[in-house]
Design a binder for this molecule. Sequence first.
Ligand code: 4AD
Ligand code: MG
Length: 462
Amino acid sequence: MTQRTKIVQILASKETGAPVLVKGWVRTKRGNKAVSFIALNDGSTINNIQIVADPNLFDEELLKNITTGACISVEGTLVDSPASGQGVEVQAKTIELLGGADNTYPLQKKGHTLEFLREIAHLRPRTNTFGAILRIRHAMAYAIHEYFNKKGFCYWHSPLITASDCEGAGSMFQVTTLDLQNPPKTEDGQINYAEDFFASHTNLTVSGQLEGELGAMALGEIYTFGPTFRAENSNTPRHLAEFWMVEPEMAFYDIKDNMDLAEDSIKYFVKYALDNCADDLAFLEKMYDNELTDRLKFVTENDFIRLPYTEGVEILEKSGKKFEFPVGWGLDLQSEHERYLVEEHFKKPVILTDYPKEIKSFYMKQNDDGKTVRAMDVLFPKIGEIIGGSEREADYDKLYNRMVEMGIPTDSMSWYLDTRRFGSAPHSGFGLGFERLLLFVTGMANIRDVIPFPRTPRNAEF
Ligand code: 4AD
Ligand code: MG
């Protein structure tokens, strides 16, 4: 027998009496002179399989080396388990130690803090918590592709290295091969980017949207799903310097169609987790967040509130609540304001629309009032903003003028303006922060705990 069976399949199997080969990492070993119980996990499920070994059948040295963290391969027979709470266990015939782990293995006992686990991010996937989170992360990525594929969207790859700044926020990581000690200079003493690798000043992308729009204006409906990078120095539980974003972009969609897609897709993703990640969600609910399933169901079962920014600000002003940051028409909303609207006022997810143009990006469709743009942010309980998007300005002149007003270089962005010169069409799109979605679905409180290796200010370890 050479084929190993994954523990998730073994635990679901009713074939007692059958031979099995199982491989995994030892979580615990206990027992006495007459019997050893090894709890083994291979990452395929949150649940362990119990290996039962008769010490008389095995070398004493081998059994001694089967310690927490060690990796073993076990051939044996699947039998009914007399222990409660587990259907089957494996009666071991042969055990091979694939890799030992001495007592310096940092995950000896249970109950480490999340802060400590961040310091050992290379090992934390072996804990129950991170196993659960990372399986859910995979399931959500799969659900995203499934959803858009079913809807006939094309998976589109925007470049990661770019010479433009989508959000115009200027918080970008520069990409260069120039010698930083001794960069080439132009005659007037500036750094000469003509001599850089791409013969221009380049950055890691903050969003795949602008190139995504080019895709939508050819293929109709596209989505990106890839890493994006922001050098903003925000050390919060909701910001990463490297995060993954899902960005659908659709020709012929107006803001209403855009909101419908945002609401429908996010409900689909959350429902996918409820339907497919039950064991992992139950674990996280028990350990970290006893309202998790209720909150997830609540989102799938309720309509989102749709409301103009102006009315949102009025509600905040009338709330009588003391916020840390000021509230007023024209000011951007902070996460405390967003959460007030969602958690305390409406008690439902909220889609806020028609923000003041000054606090939003240059590409958003301008409303007739001359003051607001057709932006939409989806606000979620515990998270605040989970999606940001808009209908796009499809009119060449309006877009051009707004770019000039906001100091966006129109020369180097002529390729973007070309979509409005040749066969322009109403179109819309949005960006869903993948880790924000995972924060919501897993109930975790810190975005550093829903990505294997978080990148944050002053930290690029592993
Ligand atoms: O609101 P943002 O900045 O919008 C855009 O980038 C648009 N170009 C999207 C589009 O219309 N195609 O970012 C979109 C979402 C936010 O709502 C948030 O969920 C997430 O990306 N996000 C972050 N997630 C983690 N860390 C950060 N630093 C994030 N910044 C934004
Ligand atoms: Mg935003």
